[in-house]
Design a protein. Structure first.
Length: 137
């Protein structure tokens, strides 16, 4: 009997970044916690958003310099439309880490997960009110 090993490799190429981003956002689109933000509130045009995310994550992982956007400003604008909550950031982070772990392993995979945690933490701290423990809806 032949054993088939599904050996994971590290994130090494643009194709790896695209696989990560595409797989992650497929989960986001159908997620019960954050999917509505992308689908119903922001009505994301995936044909334009995904290539931007390829550049963003390529830069975040490999320091390629190919991304020049302002994600904080975009998320602050989103927050003015739909009140983002800590559980939104937590869910985004968990889905991202889960996706990386399913597809990859290695130094760059760990870098990707750490960047995601850092990004979500900074966004949450800069966007949400300081007293997030109170219900201000």
């Amino acid at each position: 009997m032949q054993k088939i090993f599904n050996m994971k490799h590290d994130i090494r190429t643009t194709q790896d970044i695209e696989l990560l981003v595409n797989t992650f956002y497929a989960k986001v689109k159908s997620d019960s916690v954050i999917g509505y933000i992308f689908n119903d509130v922001r009505k994301v045009n995936w044909d334009t958003h995904l290539p931007v995310m390829y550049q963003f994550w390529d830069n975040a992982i490999f320091y390629s310099g190919g991304y020049y956007g302002n994600p904080l400003k975009m998320h602050q604008s989103l927050h003015s439309t739909v009140k983002l909550k800590p559980e939104h950031f937590e869910r985004w982070t968990n889905l991202f880490i889960q996706t990386v772990d399913e597809l990859f392993e290695g130094e760059k995979a760990e870098v990707a997960k750490q960047r995601a945690i850092s990004i979500a933490t900074v966004m949450e701290l800069k966007i949400l009110p300081k007293n997030t423990g109170t219900n201000s809806d």
